[in-house]
Design a protein around this ligand. Structure first.
Ligand SMILES: [Zn+2]
Length: 251
């Protein structure tokens, strides 16, 4: 009996060694969202699917569905991000992007925007050589927005001031406030500044292609990065092992 064969373009978010020389892959595709794919023999050097079964490699894949499992039959590599594979800090950051993406995408639900967001983040790190903190903050916030966790940044939620001089992001409620407003509301707020607030507004509302088209002085970038990270942890109510590892490398 013929098995169903499908052709998808996908990037490897996770690759786990399993029995024999096999790998279990978590693949993010545009058409079918996140898929679990068995790559038989992918750890053999002679395997024609070995290259496509590496982390962060983006390929056109022929998958075969057998008894409820997707098997990787053939692959043609489209992009390998090989410089990123050889830089420990960038590799760790990309691993965090992959873990965050995996947690915010679903199986068998289209994920074209998340896929292009993920690939563009790797491109911004590797090819455009944007600062890691900038890519990390922009990718994290934009992916959270896509998944339905968009912070409300139009104005202070208490006094409607559009340009607070000492803005804060209340990461639990996902709202903007002035340092002096809503102080009795508890929660957890992260300090911003006019420049980091402007960058955050750009990130949540810009054209996808312009996501990384901004610059910030180091202190403002640190505020943006810290606020984005705290917002992510508060909204998702979890940490990420890969993020802890990336941060440990920065010391
Ligand atoms: Zn206010």
């Amino acid at each position: 009996m013929e098995n169903e064969r499908i052709v998808v373009k996908g990037v490897i978010l996770r690759a786990t060694d399993t029995k024999d020389a096999d790998k279990m892959l978590t693949v993010l595709t545009g058409e079918r969202g996140k898929l679990s794919v068995v790559a038989r023999g992918a750890r053999r050097r002679t395997s024609r699917i070995a290259a496509a079964s590496q982390l962060f490699v983006y390929s056109e894949m022929v998958l075969c569905e057998r008894r409820g499992w997707y098997m990787l039959d053939e692959a043609a590599t489209l992009c390998q991000f090989s410089a990123l594979q050889n830089d420990l800090s960038q590799f760790a950051l990309a691993s965090y992007f992959a873990e965050l993406t995996e947690s915010l995408t679903q199986e068998e639900i289209e994920a074209h925007t998340a896929l292009s967001l993920f690939l563009n983040a790797l491109y911004a790190l590797e090819t455009l050589q944007k600062p890691s903190a900038l890519v990390k903050a922009a990718f994290t916030l934009r992916l959270l927005c896509l998944a339905g966790y968009e912070p409300l940044l139009d104005a202070c939620a208490y006094c409607d001031e559009v340009t607070p001089q000492r803005p804060m992001l209340d990461v639990l409620q996902g709202i903007l406030r002035c340092a002096g407003c809503g102080t009795g509301s508890g929660g957890l707020s992260m300090p911003l500044c006019p420049a980091s607030l402007a960058a955050m507004r750009h990130i949540v509302s810009c054209e996808p292609k312009r996501l990384y088209s901004f610059t910030l002085p180091d202190d403002a970038l640190a505020r943006l990065d810290n606020a984005a990270e705290a917002f992510c942890a508060a909204q998702l109510e979890r940490g990420f092992r890969t993020l802890d590892y990336y941060k440990a490398l920065q010391i």
